[in-house]
Design a protein around this ligand. Structure first.
Ligand code: PGA
Length: 261
């Protein structure tokens, strides 16, 4: 893993955006895996700015989002379809037909999950997967104790994740407990992963992901087995790491061609 520690969430977002933008400029037909949640909001804002002010062109990219709530229609204010429109796609020039978000209202969810996997494979596989991490170590909505080789499927949210996201919903009854999510196996197939984490609430999960054993108790720890993962964290999220100076030392000694962005 490449571990990059930055002082603030703003710097984390800028660096993440630079990695994505660099990829898109070098490879305009990139296949991107995208994430939702609080963490990537600033990254999307920066990509929108680069689109408007620097001509960053999304017309050739194809995107696949990680997950969606079961039972929330695309127009629902808390759906990830809606999130992606509001925070990103309504402001850039990605072709609507090249944007994919799982459909949590599919009449046959199992068939939809298989179709989603097939669509990723048909597109040629994901070049760069953007990820957040849950306070319990989940990636996508792959919760602790799930299979580390899972594929896109319907999963049940843990109580911890329900608590973490409860503020987005008016009452517990409105909050879906089921999701469609890319599996860990799906995520591991991406040719490059970029994980963002900010804030003290993520510090335990970040430590387990980077320095813990590979374990289904922290699904993100499986990224230790991925050949090309960059983790970008702010000081608060990095606070429990045992070896921050080592990660900074490694970064400062990277050869030019090894650099992330
Ligand atoms: P957050 O979610 O960015 O809202 O903290 C991250 C995640 O659950 O993957």
């Amino acid at each position: 893993m490449e571990i990059l520690i930055r002082d603030t969430p703003g710097e984390v977002a800028l660096l993440g955006a630079s990695i994505l933008a660099g990829r898109i400029r070098r490879h305009p037909r990139s296949i991107l895996g995208l994430a939702t949640g609080r963490t990537p909001v600033r990254l999307y804002r920066e990509l929108i700015r680069r689109h408007r002010e620097e001509g960053l062109d999304f017309s050739g990219v194809t995107t696949f989002n990680l997950d969606e709530y079961v039972g929330l229609a695309p127009a629902h204010p808390q759906s990830y379809h809606r999130y992606m429109g509001e925070h990103f796609f309504d402001h850039v020039n990605a072709a609507p037909g090249s944007v994919h978000v799982p459909d949590g209202c599919a009449s046959d969810l199992r068939a939809h999950c298989l179709d989603y996997e097939r669509a990723i494979a048909t597109a040629g596989g994901i070049d760069l997967q953007l990820l957040g991490i849950g306070s319990n170590g989940h990636i996508g909505f792959n919760e602790p104790t799930g299979s580390l080789r899972s594929r896109t499927w319907v999963k049940i949210l843990s109580e911890k994740t329900l608590q973490d996201n409860a503020s987005h919903f008016g009452s517990p009854g409105e909050q879906p407990r089921h999701v469609v999510t890319m599996g860990i196996g799906t995520i591991l197939d991406a040719r490059q992963c970029v994980v963002l984490a900010c804030g003290a609430a993520k510090s335990h999960a970040v430590k387990a992901m980077i320095e813990g054993p590979v374990s289904a108790m922290c699904p993100a720890s499986v990224l230790q087995m991925h050949p090309r993962t960059t983790v970008i964290v702010d000081r608060e999220a990095a606070a429990r790491l045992d070896h921050p100076e080592h990660y900074c030392w490694v970064e400062s000694h990277q050869l030019e061609w090894q650099r992330h962005a």
